[in-house]
Design a binder for this molecule. Sequence first.
Ligand code: AHN
Ligand code: ZN
Length: 332
Amino acid sequence: MKHFLNYIFVLSIILYSCGGSDNTESISSIQTEEVKVKIPEFNADSAFHYVKMQVDFGPRVPNTKSHTECSEFLYSKLKSFSDTVIIQKFKTRAFDGTVLNGKNIIASFNPETNNRIFLSAHWDSRPFADHDPDEKNHRTPIDGANDGASGVGVLLEIARQLHLSRPTIGVDIILFDTEDYGEPQDSQTQGNEDTWGLGSQYWSKNPHKTNYFAKYGILLDMVGASDARFLMEGWSLYYAPEIVKKVWNIAHKIGYIDYFLFEEGGYITDDHYYVNKIKKIPTIDIIHLDTTSPNGTFFPYWHTVKDNIKIIDKWTLKVVGQTVLTVVLEEK
Ligand code: AHN
Ligand code: ZN
């Protein structure tokens, strides 16, 4: 009897410990599958190169040769990385009556799924340095290395990364045109805010696909200057507070607490405003805001002839690129 009881005792310990270890193992393997997504390194040298390539075409002002040539470069780069690329051609009227020939460029990964998000930036550059300290430059086109090219450079590098590490969700990269042809500060007729973001206004009313849907969108604007600070922009918090929180939390998790501040910035009429208002997709703007700068709102060289390749800091491109790449690859 004693032997028999001992036998039961030993057997139950064996059974218990087997069951126990089995359970722990299966729970931990489920957890590793769910939380661990390997995030590749965003390459800032590559992003910088893409910024420089755009700037080297000259100012990408609508209706110019540089603008056409750059559109061809963007198309062929995106074509080599993504599943489909659509060029949406349109005509739009600028504040002064000029008819602008615009091209929104849309590259898609996994175009068949509705579980998708979009990333965007504007690819045109401003025809007027109307905030330059030297008045003689107020009608000179700008290189727009930061204002325009930086966001596009980051998105091209993200597209290259998504070609190597396929996302599980659908991703659209939307490069808006004719964002920066807004009425100059010193023009006679002043005051119409809707002269900005003409390409995003057009796309929001005429998306590249009928019934286009995305869960949310992220706009990048002026993401390349050194010491950039990304404050939580007003319309982003109004229309998409959860997305602001998600992106800022991810930036903090990977170490960029000095760049993404949980501090409210002002309301900026940028492309995301029209996507929110007209197309009704919750969209945030990651934009460098600085109330201490000479223009009172944006980075110091905003809409001046000094917005050139010399002010681009690879580390800022890295901070933004790594954050957005992590958002995309962690999205379910
Ligand atoms: C306004 O100044 C009203 N909007 C600025 C949008 C912008 C211009 N983003 C880049 N350049
Ligand atoms: Zn601008």
